[in-house]
Ligand binder design. Structure first.
Ligand code: NAD
Length: 249
């Protein structure tokens, strides 16, 4: 039980096969009380109920500062404080540079990058009052290798922005006992790619993965657990690859 007595907020954790819900289940199994924040209220409720008693499901669009603030306030009201924030919500889109219009640029940057800022801003003051906390942010191998897997260049840019933002927050809030780290997964089998990732594309990607398979949501959840727990008490500003060796630096 690595998170006994801890409280966690996880964004983008209502989708059935997603990394967020796998993380919520793992955190609950390790003793945490979990608040699931997602776009759809009934999906968030259902996901929270699937964890057992005492968890929370809230509607929160992470691109909306007010929604982030009111969600953080509701979690504090229910749980008494927040120890862990997992900035996991994200969207992607397979387009190339010349096909990115202003609207899709804004949408991808807003959810993947601005959402990390807004939810962190909503949660950090309560962590400061509590004397510390752990924030883990979702980036991607796309940020490190310039895409070329599924998401477009705007997705790579947003996820690279997450790395810079998280490292800067790690530096700024270390003195408050707040650690901030990132995960950079390779291709993980969830529904984020919709039906646009064909079996042929998958087979082609697997050829470049030394461990010979795509990632599972639990592969990433396990790293979030490490970052959320005291096992990583002296780790901040770090980026942890979860990519089966797809990119070795
Ligand atoms: P997913 O689609 O199952 O989960 C994404 C979740 O985010 C969904 O529940 C969705 O409703 C939620 N969401 C979307 N926009 C939101 C918003 N504005 N506010 C709140 N919630 C919102 O996909 P996933 O693969 O589990 O993705 C989780 C994270 O992992 C994303 O940030 C994604 O970019 C990142 N990621 C995924 C992969 C992969 O291969 N699946 C690889 C690297 C990084």
């Amino acid at each position: 039980m690595l998170l006994q007595g801890k409280t966690a907020v996880i964004s983008g954790a209502a989708s059935r096969r997603g990394i967020g819900l796998a993380t919520a289940k793992l955190f609950a199994a390790h003793g945490a009380r979990v608040a699931i924040l997602d776009l759809d209220l009934s999906a968030a409720h259902g996901a929270a109920a699937s964890l057992g008693e005492g968890h929370l499901g809230l509607r929160c669009d992470v691109t909306d500062a007010e929604a982030c603030n009111s969600s953080a306030a509701k979690v504090v009201e229910s749980f008494g404080g927040i120890d862990i924030l997992i900035n996991n919500a994200g969207i992607t889109e397979p387009v190339k540079t010349l096909g990115i219009d202003a609207k899709s640029w804004q949408r991808i940057i807003d959810v993947n990058l601005k959402g990390v800022l807004l939810l962190s801003q909503a949660v950090i003051p309560t962590m400061q009052r509590r004397g510390g906390g752990s924030i883990a942010c979702m980036s991607s191998v796309s940020a490190q290798r310039g895409g070329g897997i599924f998401g477009g260049p705007h997705y790579s840019a947003a996820k690279a922005g997450v790395l810079g933002l998280a490292k800067a927050m790690a530096r700024e809030f270390g003195p408050d006992g707040i650690r901030v780290n990132c995960v950079t997964p390779g291709l993980v089998e969830t529904d984020i790619t919709g039906d646009k990732l064909t079996p042929a594309m998958k087979a082609d990607i697997i050829k470049g993965i030394p461990l010979g398979r795509l990632g599972a949501a639990t592969d990433v959840a396990n790293i979030y657990l490490f970052l959320a727990s005291d096992l990583s008490a002296y780790v901040t500003g770090a980026v942890i690859d979860v990519n089966g060796g797809m990119l070795i630096h």
